[in-house]
Design a protein around this ligand. Structure first.
Ligand SMILES: Cc1ncc(C[n+]2csc(CCOP(=O)(O)OP(=O)(O)O)c2C)c(N)n1
Length: 552
C-alpha cells in the first residue's frame, strides 16, 4: 500500500494504542496534523508547547504508560525543552514528535529552524532525526520501546516536513514497540543482601519513584511487614507505602519530618530501592546514614555507586529483585529497634492539626484531603505549597501524587492535572499551586475550560515566591530581593475570564463548606486562598547541611 510519512506516523501511534495527543500545530508539522484529522486519536490543543509536554506527562505519570506530545519546529520545539527535561529527571515515559524544516534546508538558518536533535540530546533518553519515511517503520516502535523499557524516560522524534509528505510503498505495519523486561542476573548479590538484612538490627527501607514505576509497592509492604523494617520515602515515592502503618516513617530529607531524618541517621543498614540519593533527600552526602551499610537496588546500573558507594549494588527491576529476595528474609519482630523508633517519634512529634487555624496551609491541605476522599489524584507546582502538600495531604496509594521532583519546575501543576484528568475520567484531580507557579502556565486554563475536566485548582496565595522568600529570610539575613510581587492578580477573576467557576475562601463565613462545595463540583474550579506570607516550611535542612541539622 502507498502511504505518506505523516499518515504512517499516525497509524503507528494508533497501533501503540495512543488515544490522546497534546500539542500545537505549526508550519513544519501541518502534514502530521492533516493525517491526525483522519484518525480516531483525540487531540488536545494546548496553549503553549510546555503545557502540551506537561499534559502528556500528566497522562504518563498517572497511567505508567508512554504518552505523546506534538510540536512544530523552532519555537515549538524549544518551548518543549523544560517539560522534556523534567520528564528525563523524573523518569517519565514520553514520546515527543516535532516537525522540522525540510532536510534540504537543515543547516541554512531556514525559517523556524533550530537544531532540535542537538538541543534535546542531553535531556532525552534517546533522540531521532528521521531522514526518510521508510525509517519511521522502525523509529516509531523503537521510540516507544525505549521510552518504556528499563528506566523510563522521554524520547524525541524530529521529522522533517519532506519526510512527512514523502509517499512510500509498504507491505505491512510493524509490530508495536513494547516494553522489554530486564533480566535479573545478580542472584548472588540478592543472597548477600538477604544475609545483610537478616543480620541487621536497625535496618531502614529508603524508597523512591522507582518502586512506583516498577509497580512493586505491595512487595515493599510485604518485605517491611515480614521483617519489621521501617520505611522512609522520597518525594517521588510518596503514596507508595501504607501511611497508616506504624512502620511508616514518612518523607525524609530537606523538608522531611524531624523523626524521619533522626531514625534514618541511626540505621545500621539502608535498603535503598528505586532512589537516586538526590541531595534533597540525603542532605550532605558524607553525613547521610554514615553508620549504615548500603544495599542499593535500581534498574539503572549507572545510579548504583553514583553518589554513595554501596556495599551491595543490585541491578534489576525492583519487582523481580524483591520477588527473589522476599523468601530469603527471616521473619523478625525487631522489638528493640521499633521501640527506639517509637521513642524518637514521641520526642519529635508531628504537627497537630487540631492546633492549627483553618487557613494555615498545612491544615487547609489536610482538610482538603479528608474532604476530597480517596478517588483523587493530586498534582502540585513547585514551592512551599508543594512541600506542605507532600507533608500534609493524606495520600493513600501509589501514583496518586504527581509532582516535579528532580527538575522542580514551576508551571508543572496545572497542565499535568489536565493530563491526569484526561487519562482518569473517573477521578477528581486537585492541583495545589502558588501565586508564582500558576502564572507560569496559566494559559492552560483555556485548555481546561475547553475540555471541562474535573480539576480543582487551589492557589495558596502569599503574594510572594514563598520558598525563595523563606530562603532569603533564613540564609540571606532577610535580604528580600525579587521575591515579593508588587502586582497581585485576582486569580478568581482570571478564572472567571476563562469560564471557570471560582471563589476566594477567605471571603466566606463558612470556608470549609465553601471548599467542599467547589471540591464537589464536577468540572473545572479554582479556589484562591490568602495565606500568611510569613509562614515557612518546617522542618528545613539548610542547603549543604546534614539531615540531622534541621531547623524546626
Ligand atoms: C521554572 C522555575 N523557575 C524558578 C524556580 C525557582 N523557585 C523555586 S520555588 C520558587 C517560588 C515559588 O513560588 P510560588 O509558586 O508562589 O509558591 P510558594 O513557594 O509561594 O508556595 C521559585 C522561584 C523554579 N523552581 N522553577
Amino acid at each position: 500500500m502507498k502511504i505518506t510519512g505523516a499518515d504512517l506516523i499516525i497509524r503507528l501511534l494508533e497501533r501503540q494504542n495512543i488515544s490522546t495527543i497534546a500539542g500545537i500545530p505549526g508550519g513544519a508539522n501541518l502534514p502530521l496534523y492533516d493525517a491526525l484529522s483522519k484518525s480516531t486519536i483525540t487531540h488536545i490543543l494546548a496553549r503553549h508547547e510546555q503545557g502540551a509536554g506537561f499534559i502528556a506527562q500528566g497522562m504518563a505519570r498517572s497511567t505508567g504508560k508512554a504518552a505523546v506530545c506534538f510540536a512544530t519546529s523552532g519555537p515549538g520545539a524549544t518551548n518543549l525543552v523544560t517539560a522534556i527535561a523534567d520528564a528525563n529527571m523524573d523518569s517519565v515515559p514520553l514520546v515527543a514528535i516535532t516537525g522540522q524544516t525540510p532536510l534540504s534546508l537543515i543547516g541554512t538558518d531556514a525559517f523556524q529552524e533550530v537544531d532540535t536533535y542537538g538541543l534535546f540530546l542531553p535531556i532525552t533518553k534517546h533522540n531521532f532525526l528521521v531522514r526518510s519515511a521508510k525509517d519511521l517503520l522502525s523509529v516509531i516502535p523503537e521510540a516507544f520501546r525505549i521510552a518504556a523499557s528499563g528506566r523510563p524516560g522521554p524520547v524525541l522524534v524530529d521529522v522533517p516536513k519532506n519526510v512527512q509528505v514523502e509517499e512510500i510503498e509498504i507491505e505491512d505495519f510493524p509490530e508495536a514497540g513494547k516494553k522489554i523486561n530486564t533480566s535479573l542476573s545478580d542472584i548472588e548479590k540478592i543472597k548477600r543482601a538477604a544475609q545483610m538484612i537478616n543480620s541487621s538490627t536497625k535496618p531502614v527501607l529508603y524508597i523512591g519513584g522507582g518502586i512506583v514505576n516498577s509497580n512493586c509497592c505491595g512487595l515493599v509492604n510485604e518485605l517491611s511487614e515480614k521483617s519489621k523494617i521501617p520505611v522512609a520515602s522520597t518525594l517521588m515515592g510518596l503514596g507508595a507505602y501504607n501511611s497508616q502503618s506504624e512502620l511508616y516513617l514518612g518523607m525524609l530529607g530537606m523538608h522531611g519530618a524531624r523523626h524521619t531524618n533522626m531514625v534514618v541517621d541511626q540505621a545500621d543498614l539502608l535498603i535503598a530501592i528505586g532512589v537516586r540519593f538526590d541531595d534533597r533527600a540525603t542532605g550532605k552526602i558524607g553525613e547521610f546514614c554514615k553508620h549504615a551499610n548500603i544495599i542499593h537496588i535500581d534498574i539503572d546500573y549507572s545510579e548504583i555507586d553514583k553518589i554513595r558507594e554501596s556495599n551491595c549494588g543490585i541491578k534489576g527491576d525492583a519487582c523481580d529483585v524483591l520477588k527473589t529476595l522476599l523468601p530469603l528474609i527471616h521473619e523478625d519482630s525487631r522489638t528493640q529497634w521499633i521501640e527506639k523508633i517509637m521513642r524518637i517519634k514521641e520526642k519529635n512529634p508531628e504537627i497537630n492539626y487540631d492546633d492549627l487555624d483553618f487557613f494555615h496551609p498545612r491544615k487547609l491541605i489536610f482538610e482538603t484531603g479528608k474532604a476530597a476522599g480517596k478517588n483523587v489524584i493530586v498534582t502540585t507546582d513547585v514551592g512551599q505549597h508543594q512541600m506542605w502538600t507532600a507533608q500534609s495531604y493524606p495520600l493513600s496509594r501509589p501514583g496518586q501524587f504527581l509532582t516535579s521532583g528532580g527538575l522542580g519546575t514551576m508551571g508543572f501543576g496545572l497542565p499535568s492535572a489536565i493530563g491526569a484528568a484526561v487519562a482518569n475520567p473517573d477521578k477528581k484531580i486537585i492541583c495545589f499551586s502558588g501565586d508564582g507557579s500558576i502564572l507560569m502556565n496559566i494559559q492552560e486554563l483555556a485548555t481546561l475550560s475547553e475540555l471541562n475536566l474535573n480539576v480543582t485548582i487551589i492557589i495558596l496565595n502569599n503574594g510572594h515566591l514563598g520558598l525563595v522568600r523563606q530562603q532569603q529570610e533564613l540564609f540571606f539575613n532577610g535580604n528580600y530581593i525579587a521575591s515579593q510581587f508588587g502586582c497581585r492578580p485576582e486569580f478568581s477573576k482570571i478564572a472567571e475570564g476563562f469560564g471557570i467557576t471560582s471563589c476566594i475562601l477567605n471571603d466566606s463565613h463558612t470556608p470549609f463548606e465553601a471548599l467542599c462545595a467547589k471540591l464537589n463540583y464536577n468540572g473545572p474550579a479554582l479556589i484562591e486562598v490568602d495565606i500568611n506570607p510569613e509562614e515557612n516550611v518546617y522542618p528545613m535542612v539548610p542547603p549543604g547541611a546534614s539531615n540531622i541539622e534541621m531547623i524546626t
